[in-house]
Ligand binder design. Structure first.
Ligand SMILES: Cc1cc2nc3c(=O)[nH]c(=O)nc-3n(C[C@H](O)[C@H](O)[C@H](O)COP(=O)(O)O)c2cc1C
Length: 170
């Protein structure tokens, strides 16, 4: 089984995870914004998406390519400030079609946010968001940033890739 990684992110953390997965598996990786998509060449897909404002940033691309994706095994990894849990599940359900969610394996990874990298406007939005956020920890993170990048968190993805590749041998 031949696979590939397609990712969507803005500030580099989703790309970093895609690079770690590519280096460990040997699979090719593509940024959805600069690759013309040829999904038919691949038997399984690893789709990586950052989360911004409660939405998966890969959602439009998935919508546009759904018919080429839907019949393949899919590992979907998200990169967000929030960890796995009901909030992230709700954002996933609001971003992607049910028929993909029910077939894909979702792995939640945690990213990084450095307020210095944000535009002035976005920094103001994050400050206002932090003032309105009832959760003290995530309120602080919205204001001051965070770094939860963790290479070992890709392990479940590597295991799944091994299983897919084994299917070819059996
Ligand atoms: C403008 C903005 C909005 C964000 N919105 C969310 C959000 O709704 N939920 C969340 O868990 N993380 C949120 N984050 C955190 C990002 O998911 C995190 O920084 C991620 O690592 C960004 O991925 P990237 O570096 O590939 O762009 C937001 C970050 C920014 C800068």
């Amino acid at each position: 089984m031949k696979g590939a990684i397609f990712f969507s992110g803005k500030y580099g953390s989703t790309k970093q995870y895609a690079e770690w997965i590519a280096a460990s598996t040997g699979l090719p990786m593509f940024d959805i914004k600069d690759s013309s998509t040829n999904l038919s060449k691949y038997d399984f897909l690893i789709l990586g998406s950052s989360v911004m404002f409660y939405k998966f940033t890969i959602r439009q691309w998935i919508k546009a390519n759904l018919e080429d994706i839907i019949d393949k095994p899919v590992i979907l990894f998200s990169v967000s400030g929030a960890g796995a849990g009901p909030k992230l599940d709700t954002w996933l359900a609001n971003s992607l079609p049910d028929r993909l969610i029910s077939r894909a394996v979702h792995i939640a990874l945690r990213g990084r946010m450095n307020p210095k990298e944000l535009s002035w406007g976005l920094r103001q939005i994050m400050i206002i968001g932090s003032l309105l956020n009832p959760d003290p920890q995530s309120s602080k993170e919205e204001r001051s940033g965070f770094d939860y990048m963790d290479k070992s968190s890709i392990e479940p993805i590597l295991k799944l890739v091994q299983q897919f590749e084994l299917c070819e041998v059996l």
